[in-house]
Write a protein that binds this ligand. Structure first.
Ligand SMILES: [Cu+2]
Length: 175
């Protein structure tokens, strides 16, 4: 289930109703207590707490949570990751750089350490990174999409509403 499609320019930090063109790349982001798993379905590997994207290209992010509610915090856009729900957003990095992000939903004792970064780099560099990541042996996937695992979980906690909540506590900045 999609709760919305957005485009976010990291420099302008605008949420757009529609991406400028259909994303060619999809990245799955799964939140865990207390880390972020990024999967690149086209290549079959995953990373932890680091998401690489090609600069200037819309990238489709599919987000869901493996356990409790987390929030993948993006300026002016904080979709909570609700159990058993997949959120989709389109991310467009309009300049190269490393951008910090953070879970914005208090999710337990290690919540404060649940940071991630997005590395936006030129296409050639991105592809070199992809090739390098694809080389080592892959480990079994620790979780499955909510459709497959829904029956194993307790009912979700009441949903927080991002629009009426407090101002985001963490800002994105270059590191
Ligand atoms: Cu958290």
């Amino acid at each position: 289930m999609f709760t919305g499609v957005y485009a976010v320019g990291l420099r302008e930090m605008r949420a757009l109703a529609e991406p400028p063109r259909p994303p060619e790349l999809t990245i799955e982001v799964v939140s865990h207590m207390w880390w972020w798993e990024a999967r690149y379905p086209d290549t079959g590997f995953e990373t932890a707490n680091e998401i690489h994207v090609p600069v200037g290209e819309p990238v489709s992010l599919r987000l869901w949570t493996a356990d409790v509610i987390h929030s993948f915090w993006v300026p002016r856009l904080a979709p909570n990751l609700l159990p058993d729900r997949v959120n989709e957003m389109c991310l467009l990095a309009d300049e190269t750089g490393t951008f910090r992000g953070q879970c914005a939903e208090s999710c337990g004792i290690q919540h404060a350490n649940m940071a991630f970064r997005i590395v936006a780099e030129p296409r050639e560099q991105f592809e070199a990174w992809l090739a390098q990541q694809s080389r080592p042996a892959r480990s079994p996937r620790p979780s499955s999409p909510p459709e497959a695992a829904a029956s194993l979980r307790p009912p979700p906690a009441p949903a927080a509403t991002p629009s009426s909540g407090p101002a985001p506590r963490v800002t994105w900045d270059r590191t």
